[in-house]
Design a binder for this molecule. Structure first.
Ligand SMILES: [Zn+2]
Length: 135
């Protein structure tokens, strides 16, 4: 009987791993869809601004930047949301972004492989390889 229990155990572990991976991919897809929605909202606001400017041109009126303030604020909020979404995706992938060149790098990297910039590893301190100085 024990062997069946072991097989069952291994199978459930594999299942759990796959399920975890699948749910991460699903989460990432969901966040990407959210980003696309934000982007399309931003485009809509750009169109509104463009229409406002064109109408002013047709009527030979001056553009009042106060009229555009709210639209610009909305774009700013949407842009911030996109940045947050991108951060979430990086976390899901267990990656981080180089603060210097914005390349996607391993979360444990001490230096950016792209530009060589030293990374701040506050959370990673304990993961340092112990054998490093024994060469
Ligand atoms: Zn870099």
């Amino acid at each position: 009987m024990e062997i069946f229990e072991k097989i069952g155990d291994a199978a459930s572990k594999t299942y759990k791993f796959t399920a975890e991976k699948t749910s991460k991919i699903a989460k990432e897809t969901k966040i990407k869809m959210q980003i696309n929605e934000y982007k399309s909202n931003i485009k809509d606001i750009y169109i509104e601004i463009g229409e406002y400017v064109y109408q002013k041109f047709l009527k030979d009126e001056d553009i009042d930047s106060k009229d555009l303030e709210q639209s610009c604020e909305e774009i700013k909020v949407l842009s911030d949301n996109i940045v947050k979404c991108k951060d979430e995706i990086l976390k899901l992938r267990e990656k981080r972004q180089c603060k210097n060149c914005y390349a996607e790098i391993e979360i444990s990297a001490n230096y950016c492989p792209n530009c060589g910039f030293k990374q701040e590893n506050e959370e990673q301190e304990e993961n340092k390889t112990e054998n490093e100085e024994n060469n």
